[in-house]
Design a protein around this ligand. Structure first.
Ligand SMILES: C[S@@+](CC[C@H](N)C(=O)[O-])C[C@H]1O[C@@H](n2cnc3c(N)ncnc32)[C@H](O)[C@@H]1O
Length: 439
């Protein structure tokens, strides 16, 4: 125990560590603050509800701004409310059939998710909704009915371990992420549950003592060959022949997963489609979803990566399926000089794009109204479409496929012609869409 004061991130504040940047998201005020890498470690510690030791000089300011609150880590009321509401979208269809113990397991799982204040997408983390974690645990069953199992979670950013422990199982989590493990250790203790955590990079060999020590496993690897092979080689080596395992598989990679199953000789016993729903650090449903697949280790199963050896994958954290290129859309409000936003001038924007990039139009079409104009330029690979509403003074455009150099030329051309005095700009990116809003 320390007598130094403890702090935690204020309600609605989460730390998001991505591959491109790290941000503090203020969900109450819908704001994001970019964080210098030097502050990641102290903020991670504070997200766990530790002392701010070594960084005392920042604390008064962060307290005044509501980024920090005093006291040990606790359930974040805002996260609890938002995740609870997302869960209801699915939970309401089956919650009346849940036993009292399953309901309690759900409450504890939701509490655990609402205590987690840090998201780490760099190692492929994207958590499932608490209700999905519960449904995964219920596929294993309540220990009172199926007997107490030694369950292994191979990676557990989904916090399924909490639901499994609440259903009475002995749960162990292997994960590379020490923050997640510290979080699971302290959260399970606070919730009165028993979860054992082991810091492990699955690319490293397994200790001899660990092998065949569990009755079953659950895992949610990235859906690519390297990750399937490594996560499954380790997971299958940790259970004896005859044991079941549960694996999340992204729908579009089903064929790849079935090929891996054939090569490694493990039977697929059940395939639950669209079983797993996920959320983002903004407490919104993530567009990603996956299937839940039941497999089994048999005496014929071939462990592709020997448990004695290191594996050196090239492609651990990418999803392996046909990646559609993203589309770029932009919306400019309050454009200046709408009277010049007419076909003759708008066409010049298309000319600038064509002259300065490899984007060549095979055809241009013009659609005209009294107060609006649409120009559609088709290229062999995609299109650029521009719409102007002169009455409302808005200009919108869509560019497919999104290419950074074309977008750059396009943006400069539009801004210098119609938006020389922008008040604010916001850019949102997802897997499929880059969305620019300029006011
Ligand atoms: C691979 S991630 C994927 C999860 C996510 N739900 C999805 O499919 O988008 C699942 C868990 O594996 C852990 N993990 C990632 N790489 C790992 C490694 N090399 N060794 C051990 N655990 C790892 C992550 O920290 C995370 O908790």
């Amino acid at each position: 125990m320390t007598d130094k004061p403890l702090y935690h991130l204020g309600d609605g504040i989460v730390l998001g560590i991505g591959s491109r940047m790290t941000e503090l998201c203020d969900l109450k005020h819908d704001q994001e603050i970019q964080i210098d890498f030097r502050f990641i470690e102290p903020l991670e510690k504070i997200s766990l509800g530790w002392t701010g030791e070594g960084y005392e000089s920042f604390i008064p300011r962060l307290l005044a701004e509501g980024v920090l609150a005093e006291g040990p880590a606790t359930v974040d009321a805002l996260l609890h409310e938002r995740l609870g509401a997302l869960d209801q979208l699915f939970l309401s269809s089956y919650s009346s059939a849940l036993s009292e113990r399953a309901k309690r397991a759900y409450r504890l799982t939701l509490d655990a998710h609402a205590r987690r204040k840090r998201f780490f997408t760099r190692v492929g983390q994207c958590p499932t909704l608490p209700e999905t974690s519960l449904r995964r645990a219920l596929r294993v069953g309540d220990a009172l009915e199926v007997g107490k199992k030694r369950v292994l979670c191979v990676g557990d950013d989904d916090l399924v371990s909490i639901a499994l422990a609440a259903l009475g199982h002995d749960v162990t989590v292997f994960d590379i992420d020490d923050f997640l493990l510290n979080f699971l250790r302290s959260t399970s203790t606070t919730l009165g549950l028993n979860v054992t955590v082991v810091e492990k990079d699955l690319r490293d060999p397994l200790d001899a003592s660990e092998r065949q020590s569990y009755d079953l496993f659950l895992t949610d690897p990235m859906s690519n060959r390297d990750c399937f092979e490594i996560f499954l080689s380790r997971a299958l080596a940790l259970v004896p022949p005859g044991s079941p395992g549960y694996v999340a598989v992204y729908g579009p990679t089903e064929r790849l997963f079935r090929a891996v199953a054939q090569e490694m000789h493990f039977p697929i016993e059940a395939w639950h489609r669209r079983h797993n729903r996920y959320y983002s650090q903004y407490m919104k449903i993530h567009p990603y979803e996956s299937d839940w697949v039941e497999i089994r280790r048999t005496s014929e199963t071939v462990i592709k990566h020997s448990p004695d050896e290191f594996c050196v994958p090239l492609n651990l954290y990418a999803e392996q399926f046909y990646q559609r290129p993203p589309i770029f859309v932009a919306h400019y409000d309050e454009i200046e000089e709408p009277k010049y936003a007419r076909p003759l001038f708008l066409d010049m924007i298309f000319d600038v794009v064509e002259q300065n990039t490899a984007f060549k139009f095979v055809e241009r079409a013009h659609l005209l109204g009294q107060e609006w104009t649409v120009i559609h330029g088709a290229s062999e690979a995609g299109h650029l479409t521009l719409h102007v509403d002169r009455e409302r003074r808005t200009l919108s455009l869509a560019l497919f496929p999104m290419k950074a150099d074309v977008e750059d030329v396009l943006r400069h051309a539009v801004m210098s012609a119609y938006k020389t005095h922008a008040k604010a700009a916001k850019m949102g990116t997802t897997r499929d869409v880059w969305d620019l809003r300029v006011r």
